[in-house]
Design a protein around this ligand. Structure first.
Ligand SMILES: C[S@@+](CC[C@H](N)C(=O)[O-])C[C@H]1O[C@@H](n2cnc3c(N)ncnc32)[C@H](O)[C@@H]1O
Length: 414
């Protein structure tokens, strides 16, 4: 017989898990996500389960299974590696008419655990009709394909119940389309209108349905200051017309991204708005070039600075004296055109001329390249190499760690 699929609503309901190994470590977090009141019975448990018990999220009886442990349970999971114990647990559950899952014997289980996943407000479960013969990786692969399809918008759940409204300000990460968050991708797939930036991961736009209106905010022809007002107005106008608007930005919307200005504009107009954090280029780009921003014994701080105005410019609010005197890592955005002035300022305030500097252009993109230099020579190297924005500049001794990593990488084949 085919299994009958059901979604168990476990909130506040007792689930007894017997066994504390790898299977229980996978099942228990999912049960907690469903709000279950978990009783774990096992003499020893994996560290992650011990942490859950210490945090008071589950009750752990540190002993072997005993008759009576299943009393009051709505669901029982027999997850030990001992066939006889699992059989005894299953028999007790069967006798009291409680559903039970046996990790060691699908045929002897009253219920089967599907390969499950989530995409937005959709929960997906896949069961092989013959888990004894079937390969569990097959169910997991189908689950992954469905979830990925929903997340990318290739399988659309948009026309289902309750169409979304308002605006989502989405951080798209530094450029590689794989670096947007799952939530960002889901909301993008549900949008009626998408306003993109120049540095947003634009290859994601190819995945959108044909009826989605795409507005290139980089092409709004009003100059820098006015353009932002037009973007704000467009967000509000489309949302007020009942469309769900995705504002796709590069990196994180709240890191030199003017995301908060867009949030304020929406809220002032009474438009509901949500923000999806993104991987900021300040952190993601150095990592993509193997540059750690902190390293034990090297530095315990990093500073992220926008150099959209040069040191000495009266609009600058950066304390270059403090940065020059510190030994922390400096991450400089929008610095390429002003790198000479920055280097001079840091040297003036105490940084050593041979401080390593890494300039990473087109980070995370197929065209990524890295120029390594020192504070003394970085300006001429950037000019020689013809480095163009976008680039992220890292100043500090951590750059040497990247050199060590890349050297070792050359000897390690995938
Ligand atoms: C206006 S700021 C936006 C920052 C963005 N909100 C973030 O969190 O990454 C733009 C600057 O970010 C840096 N940047 C953005 N994308 C980059 C990339 N793919 N590679 C290197 N730097 C990048 C450059 O310094 C660029 O000039």
């Amino acid at each position: 017989m085919d299994p009958y699929l059901l979604g168990l609503r476990l909130e506040g309901r007792r689930v007894v898990v017997v066994g504390g190994g790898a299977v229980a470590s996978r099942r228990v977090p999912a049960l907690l996500d469903a709000g279950a009141d978990v009783l774990l019975v096992s003499p020893k448990v994996a560290a992650s389960l011990e942490d859950l018990a210490a945090a008071g999220r589950i009750r752990w009886e540190a002993r072997g299974y005993r008759a009576g442990d299943c009393a009051g349970a709505w669901l029982v999971c027999a997850c030990t590696d001992d066939h006889e114990v699992n059989a005894a647990v299953a028999a007790a559950a069967e006798a009291q008419r409680t559903w039970y899952v046996r990790a060691d014997d699908a045929e002897a289980s009253a219920a089967w655990t599907p390969a499950s996943g989530r995409a937005g407000d959709v929960r997906v479960g896949v069961l092989s009709t013959d888990p004894k013969q079937g390969d569990p990786r097959h169910s997991a692969a189908i689950r992954d394909a469905v979830v990925a399809g929903l997340q990318s918008g290739q399988l659309s759940a948009r026309h289902g119940r309750g169409h979304r409204g308002g605006v989502a300000i989405i951080g798209g990460g530094p450029g590689d389309p794989g670096l947007i968050t799952v939530r960002g991708r889901q909301l993008l797939a549900e949008a009626d209108v998408v306003l993109t930036d120049r540095l947003a991961p634009r290859s994601l736009l190819d995945e959108l349905r044909d009826d989605v209106e795409i507005i290139d905010a980089g092409k709004i022809p009003y100059g820098r200051a006015m353009a932002q007002e037009h973007i704000n107005a467009a967000l509000v106008r489309h949302a007020q017309a009942g469309r769900f608007v995705a504002r796709l930005k590069g990196g994180d919307p709240f890191v030199f991204g003017r995301g908060a200005e867009e949030v304020l504009a929406c809220l002032r107009a009474g438009v509901p708005v949500t923000v999806v954090p993104g991987v900021t280029s300040a952190v993601g780009v150095p990592a993509s070039a193997w540059v750690p921003l902190t390293h034990r014994g090297v530095t315990q701080e990093f500073h992220v600075v926008s150099v959209h105005v040069a040191p000495g410019d009266k609009r600058s609010t950066v304390n270059w004296e403090l940065l020059g005197g510190s030994s922390g890592t400096l991450v400089l955005l929008m610095a390429v055109e002003r790198i000479g002035a920055v280097a001079d300022e840091l040297l003036r305030y105490g940084r050593s001329p041979d401080t390593p500097v890494s300039v990473i252009a087109d980070g995370t993109l197929p065209t990524q390249r890295t120029i390594n230099s020192t504070l003394e020579h970085v300006e001429s190297r950037v000019a020689e190499e013809g480095v163009r924005p976008p680039a992220t500049v890292v100043v500090g001794d951590v750059v040497s760690i990247a050199a060590e990593i890349t050297e070792l990488m050359r000897h390690v084949t995938a």
